[in-house]
Design a protein around this ligand. Structure first.
Ligand code: PGA
Ligand code: ZN
Length: 402
């Protein structure tokens, strides 16, 4: 038993300069702390990040309602901790206490328990070594709600799939740098910006941006000797207005959107396509998955928001073959794990993910390993992104006993 005897929550900044929450729990001299990231292209079915009165209200709730309840509880009893958070909240969507307070408390408890048992978090959560390390999926070119004046498509990513995490991370960096060089050569004398996740921002069209990424991926696949494949997060909900997908180059009906994505998958050999359709279109997802699911992972992010109920619907409708796992979308570690367990049972691939507003908390690297996830989407550069990538490499060394 690891008795929680001290509980603190404080405001901290995320990578966008927005205020978020850090929770520190302690048992004697052992501590566990975790913080919450924040999204910009959030799904409408996510738990709200904060209570209606904002982050200060969340901190008050922690002080007056959460801390007194947690004191004396066992940090190793994750189910009880998370049930208590739901009970204090009282709603069915954590809307009274907010997901940021909830996930940082939930993860801090797990980290405290792991520290008390002298185990790294990934091992505490899953004593069995993973069959493979999660492959890094990194954002190379960014647009949508993460960048002003960039592509309509939110993320053009690279998935490095070698055997070694460190080499994979290095391959993604090499792709990122080579794409940056290519973009600056294309527009001599023009500034080259970065979006919220550190990805390059370009005025190229969606297809030209993808073409640029795909050709560099091919080059790096040859150089590194393992696949570096282009991928997309279309974040289609942010393009969807009045039953049409609005691109700078014109509108697409849902049927045209499916055909467009199918064409991109075929032409560029995409490894992953996330949120190709808006967050309510289970049947559109199913149609696309039927067409490309044999050669590409179709990932639901806003579609599922890491929630078991929505994943169940997706499974029943064969909507996708993969799910994005963002712990703060659902608000507790137990709820996150429930989605992962259901996905695994049903043969749905999991990809653990950061948010566009991040802290230097590296917990998701441990979660991706403990969950045996196929990939971890966590950017390529920037302190808040490399915190997770470096942790992934450290975890690999621990597993290998290096
Ligand atoms: P967000 O975007 O963190 O801004 O919601 C990330 C994503 O859509 O995957
Ligand atoms: Zn997404």
């Amino acid at each position: 038993m690891t008795t929680i005897d001290s509980c603190n929550a404080r405001p901290i900044l995320d990578s966008r300069g927005d205020v978020t929450i850090e929770v520190i729990l302690a048992s004697g001299r052992t501590r566990g702390s975790a913080s919450a990231p924040g999204g910009a292209s959030t799904g409408i079915h996510e738990v709200p990040a904060f209570p209606p009165d904002g982050v200060d209200a969340a901190l008050e709730i922690f002080k007056h309602k959460v801390a007194p309840r947690l004191k004396g509880m066992d940090a190793e009893d994750q189910a009880q901790i998370d049930a208590t958070l739901h009970e204090i909240d009282g709603s069915d969507n954590l809307s009274n206490i907010g997901g940021s307070l909830s996930i940082s408390t939930s993860l801090a408890a797990a980290k405290l328990a792991a520290a008390a048992l002298d185990l790294p978090l990934f091992r505490y959560l899953n004593p069995r070594p993973p069959e493979h390390m999660p492959r890094p999926l990194g954002n190379v070119i960014g647009g949508g709600k993460h960048a002003v004046g960039g592509t309509d498509i939110q993320e053009f990513l690279c998935l490095a799939s070698g055997e070694d995490s460190w080499k994979n991370v290095r391959a993604n960096v090499a792709v990122y740098k080579a794409v940056g060089k290519k973009l600056s050569n294309k527009f001599p004398g023009m500034p080259l910006g970065k979006g919220d996740e550190g990805a390059w921002v370009t005025s190229l069209s969606n297809t030209d941006a993808l073409q640029t990424l795909a050709s560099i991926c091919k080059e790096m696949t040859e150089r590194f000797g393992f696949p570096c494949r282009p991928s997309l997060d279309i974040a289609a909900s942010s393009l969807f207005k009045r039953n049409m997908y609005l691109y700078k180059e014109g509108k697409k009906t849902p049927e045209e959107q499916i055909a467009f994505v199918e064409e991109l998958v075929d032409k560029f050999g995409l490894a992953i396509v996330e949120d190709p359709l808006q967050e309510e279109d289970f049947s559109g997802f199913a149609e696309l998955t039927r067409r490309v699911g044999g050669k590409c992972l179709v990932v639901g992010d806003d579609l599922y928001v890491t929630k078991v109920e929505r994943l169940k619907k997706g499974i029943a409708e064969k909507a996708s073959n993969a799910i994005l796992i963002k712990p703060n979308q659902v608000g507790t570690l137990s709820d996150t794990k429930a989605a992962v367990d259901l996905a695994r049972k049903e043969g749905i691939t999991t990809v653990v993910s950061h948010r566009s507003g991040e802290t230097t908390d590296s917990t998701i690297a441990h979660l991706a390993v403990a969950f045996g996830s196929y990939a971890i989407k966590t950017g390529i550069v920037g302190g808040e992104r490399i915190a997770k990538l470096n942790e992934l490499a450290r975890i690999q060394s621990q597993i290998r006993g290096e």
